[in-house]
Design a protein around this ligand. Structure first.
Ligand code: A2P
Length: 273
């Protein structure tokens, strides 16, 4: 009845910074993406992250850092997440449905932003696993195509199914008429997509770190090796991955930059657990 509905509404705990889920897609047993409403006041730079989460059993917000996977102009916010069966947040978050609410603190931060890089010709995105998320944002950001002649996106996952979110996103970008209008016809011809797997057969196997070190990537793509004059990089993966890529990029002569001091590459740890 109306009376009980009102009583329930009055008693329901008010979620601080609540946003409403508008879409949920499950990609594999351990990966899903979802979209939520965007707070009217939220401005962010493509590539940044925010704290999101749910109310924990103790009634306190349980929050984790999540890269915003949607571009800065999008009217909704998209996120890409792993599901950890005993993970404090993702064990619950994986069960959200359209219409549910999540908590979203509207304070975007992060280093994977165009401002943290010096001008260049070729931009590399290096991702493992859910580290693809900030690049899902930057691949839909007009500035990416205004600032660079070529964008190489590498994504290394254990299994083929884990590449699917990124693969479909790039496929959809190519067919999106609104993006073409925003960024200019043919903008997507600048994208070079280089997916690899390490534990399941696929056309390109191996860790991107090894494929960079032995020159396979450059041979496969028919491009010159990484060079500090022309190449810029953004890295998002596990701690170990980030450490290894950093050494490789430094060996090519690139230096790590930051918002306050733009250089040739920037690194951010992907959300884990
Ligand atoms: P591998 O299967 O050889 O460990 P994870 O799921 O462990 O985060 O890994 C995601 C992907 O990143 C996997 O394909 C994994 O390869 C790869 N990977 C993990 N650590 C590194 C690293 N230090 N350098 C390069 N690739 C890595």
């Amino acid at each position: 009845t109306e009376a009980t509905k009102t009583a329930a509404a009055v008693k329901a705990p008010v979620l601080p910074d609540a946003q409403t889920v508008t879409e949920v897609k499950h990609w594999t047993d351990s990966l899903f993406s979802f979209r939520v409403s965007r707070p009217a006041s939220l401005r962010f730079r493509s590539g940044e992250f925010v704290m999101i989460g749910l109310l924990g059993d103790n009634g306190k917000p349980l929050l984790r850092a999540y890269s915003i996977a949607s571009p800065s102009w999008d009217e909704e916010l998209e996120f890409y997440s792993i599901k950890v069966q005993n993970g404090p947040l993702t064990s619950k978050l994986q069960h959200i449905n359209v219409g549910d609410q999540i908590i979203l603190r509207p304070k975007p931060v992060g280093t994977l932003v165009h401002d943290a890089l010096l001008p260049g010709k070729r931009l590399w995105f290096f991702a493992t696993g859910t580290g693809f998320a900030p690049f899902a944002s930057l691949l839909r950001e007009p500035q990416t195509y205004e600032d660079y002649d070529e964008i190489v996106i590498t994504h290394t996952c254990r299994e083929v199914g884990e590449l699917e979110y990124g693969r479909q996103l790039i496929e959809n970008i190519k067919q999106d008429e609104m993006l073409a209008e925003l960024m200019g016809e043919g903008f997507h011809e600048k994208i070079r997509y280089y997916p690899t797997t390490t534990r399941e057969d696929s056309p390109k196997m191996g860790r991107i770190t090894d494929l960079l070190k032995d020159g396979t990537v450059f041979k496969d793509l028919g491009i010159a090796p990484i060079n500090p004059e022309t190449d810029r990089g953004m890295v998002c993966g596990s701690l170990e991955f980030n450490k290894d890529i950093k050494v490789i990029l430094e060996d090519f002569g690139l230096r790590e930059g930051a918002n306050s001091e733009p250089k040739e590459f920037v690194i951010e740890k992907a959300f884990v657990g």
